[in-house]
Design a binder for this molecule. Structure first.
Ligand code: GLC
Length: 445
């Protein structure tokens, strides 16, 4: 009887959390028919708790060392480009070593390109010969090895999947990849759509739990308002195969029904510095911003410089303060090695997170909105004040009715003096050396 009662209470609790979350994540507009599963809603919370992921762009383009858009940028004939597959033999690829390097940054998940715009698949796909197993001398299923390494090392695996294709002739040509020698008259949407769905089925069947599918390329037909990607059916397929798998789409517009998180490319939510977020609104969905460590490209680029530790920390904190995850991109070389500079920066970020991770992981954007001085994050009874630009020795925080128990410097637990003023507190910011993020921890009763 007691057991039955507990079960009943638990079921009640779960359904009420479910109802609350459903309300929270409901998308506006007439197209809001999608009802996420309980496991999906739970996955959204866990996703937000992770806060930091590593993005990996790797493929045939890595051989040319000019970024992942080289096929388009240089108008290479796609058949000629495909010969690169004969040279794809990454003798230094070691999935476990990659995961160790990524984990050294403090990140909790990785999102890896399974197939980018060039059409080459880095996994064992039965529906194309243009994959790592059949077209290359390497003949090892990269996604299999990564999925095993991730499972072993408790690191979550997410998949990037390109909607657009610069090689296949059944793909209806969009505004990119027009110089790759395809015969546009052979476009066959049904065939292409079937191909994508078959591949997604493979990805969601053969590699264990997949944290998210990260779609990209929708904008290739942005100039045709009537172009129909048939997203709803495809999203339903993904959720049928793995209900907890989150769907995100880098379409740069407001989320569609069926999506579980919203992403921003090279911008933090609410910003539009990269010029890609003009038509985007910040939704109630979990958020993720992606940036790249190599200045200017996602795939390996031989001539690019790298951003440094402070840049990454600034972006990570800026994202967390805007309630978003940061997805930091790394472009391994074609031989499977990761540039030493990348390894160095990741390690440095990881060491910073070992000390200050409590103010990032498991937090949500703080109730004090981003200011010119920085951002806030919050967790249980604590508000972390991240002073990214130390402008003044006094800081006013509008905490409302909340009763402040203490304010401390996160680095050394030193108590900080504050006084109640109107609807908030005035904090005397202690003198300190210049640092990328000076963090104060405000605890409420
Ligand atoms: C863009 C690019 C693509 C990259 C992606 C990452 O959509 O087309 O190369 O994969 O951004 O955000």
């Amino acid at each position: 009887m007691k057991k039955l009662l507990t079960l009943f209470l638990c079921a009640g609790l779960v359904s009420s959390i479910y109802a609350q979350n459903q309300e929270k994540y409901r998308l506006p507009g007439p197209d809001s028919g999608y009802v996420p599963s309980v496991s999906n809603l739970q996955a959204r919370e866990k996703f937000q708790d992770m806060k930091f992921g590593i993005f990996v762009h790797w493929g045939l383009y890595s051989i040319m060392g000019q970024g992942e858009w080289v096929l388009h940028n240089r108008n290479i004939n796609a058949q000629e480009y495909a010969l690169l597959a004969n040279c794809f033999n990454p003798i230094h690829f070691d999935a476990e070593e990659w995961v160790d390097i990524f984990k050294s940054s403090g990140a909790r998940y990785m999102t890896v390109t399974t197939r980018h715009h060039d059409s080459f698949s880095l996994f064992d796909s039965k529906v194309t010969e243009y994959d790592v197993m059949e077209a290359t001398p390497f003949k090892r299923d990269v996604m299999k090895e990564l999925s095993e390494a991730c499972a072993k090392k408790d690191f979550k695996l997410h998949f990037y999947y390109s909607h657009l294709d610069w090689t296949r002739e059944d793909y209806p040509i969009g505004w990119t990849g027009r110089g790759t020698g395809r015969d546009g008259s052979k476009a066959d949407w049904d065939s292409y759509y079937q191909f994508m769905n078959d591949q997604l089925t493979e990805l969601l069947t053969n590699y264990g739990p997949v944290g998210s599918i990260w779609f990209d390329g929708y904008w290739d037909h942005a100039d045709k308002p009537d172009f129909d990607w048939h997203l709803e059916e495809q999203y339903a397929l993904v959720h049928r195969l793995q209900p907890a798998c989150l769907i995100g789409n880098n379409h740069h517009v407001k989320p569609y029904a069926g999506e579980d998180f919203q992403m921003f490319e090279r911008d933090l939510p609410g910003q539009n510095e990269a010029g890609l977020s003009a038509n985007s609104v910040v939704s109630q969905l979990p958020l993720e911003s992606c940036i790249t460590l190599s200045v200017g490209s996602w795939g390996y680029n031989m001539t690019n410089a790298f951003h440094d530790r402070d840049y990454v920390i600034g972006q990570l904190v800026g994202a967390a303060g805007r309630n978003a995850n940061l997805l930091l991109n790394v472009g391994p070389r074609a031989d499977g090695s990761i540039p030493a500079e990348v390894v160095k920066v990741l390690g440095e970020v990881g060491r910073w997170l070992e000390i200050y991770g409590d103010s990032i992981f498991g937090t949500r954007g703080g109730f004090v909105a981003p200011h010119s001085w920085g951002v806030t994050t919050q967790k249980d009874h604590r508000l972390f004040v991240h002073l990214l630009k130390q402008e003044d020795d006094c800081l006013y925080l509008p905490v409302g009715d909340r009763k402040v128990k203490s304010v401390k410097v996160m680095a050394d637990d030193a108590h900080v003096h504050f006084t109640k003023v109107g609807g908030g507190i005035l904090i005397q910011v202690p003198e300190h050396e210049k640092t990328v993020d000076y963090i104060l921890e405000v605890t409420f009763r």
